[in-house]
Design a binder for this molecule. Structure first.
Ligand SMILES: [Zn+2]
Length: 215
């Protein structure tokens, strides 16, 4: 089994690399945000519990998230392994995850991969994103610009920047990310399973770097 925790700032390209890992190794990508939403929608006991906290504007407690992750990992498609994305974020979560995997599922993490991309590049990638206010088509002012500035090639609609992609928001997210990741690195460092990958370069080359350590 290949059981990966994937760390990396927003915009580092984890989604792209996860998709390649899924295809190459027949493992499953698990985003905790997604499975949390699904659990809530399904109305399962844990989903109902999670919803209660979310409705009150509170963070869903670690043991509830762990329960939802555990249920997901017990599904058939996880038999070759998984990539966890977005969890754990804190040391207590990392400890709870290790305990659950070891004591309840009798498996363990095989790789903790940190995809490293400099903040300046993240900023450029994310603040440059634009989308069409009419048809939703995606652009990037540097990497995929429209023919006419601010106007959608497909429908002539106005291109807009999401609030999530504004510099101030990204700065905040990067700050939080670095604080959390430093702690996690500290936690995983001595496990012998912690790997840092240079996330700058062509997607295929970055994937080769990842395969070197996963194979
Ligand atoms: Zn458009």
């Amino acid at each position: 089994m290949i059981n990966i925790v994937f760390l990396g700032p927003p915009g580092a390209g984890k989604g792209t690399q996860s998709a390649k890992l899924v295809e190459e190794y027949g493992i499953v990508q698990i985003s905790t945000g997604d499975i949390l939403r699904k659990a809530v929608k399904s109305g399962s006991e844990l989903g109902k519990l999670a919803k209660k906290y979310m409705d009150e504007g509170k963070l869903v407690p670690d043991d509830v998230i762990i329960g939802i992750v555990k249920a997901r990992l017990q599904q058939d498609d996880c038999k070759n392994g998984f990539i966890l994305d977005g969890f754990p974020r804190t040391i207590p979560q990392a400890e709870a995850l290790d305990n659950m995997l070891k004591n309840e599922l009798n498996i363990e993490l095989t790789h903790i991969i940190s995809l490293n991309v400099p903040d300046e590049l993240i900023m450029e990638r994310l603040t440059g994103r634009r989308s069409c206010s009419k048809c939703g088509a995606a652009y990037h002012i540097k990497y995929n610009p429209p023919k006419k500035e601010g106007i959608c090639d497909a429908c002539g609609g106005e291109l807009v920047q999401r609030d999530d992609d504004k510099e101030e928001t990204i700065n905040k997210r990067l700050k939080v990310y670095h604080e959390q990741t430093e702690q996690l690195q500290e936690y995983y460092k001595d496990s012998g399973k912690f790997f840092e990958i240079d996330g700058v370069g062509e997607q295929e080359i970055i994937f080769e770097r990842i395969k070197e350590i996963v194979k």
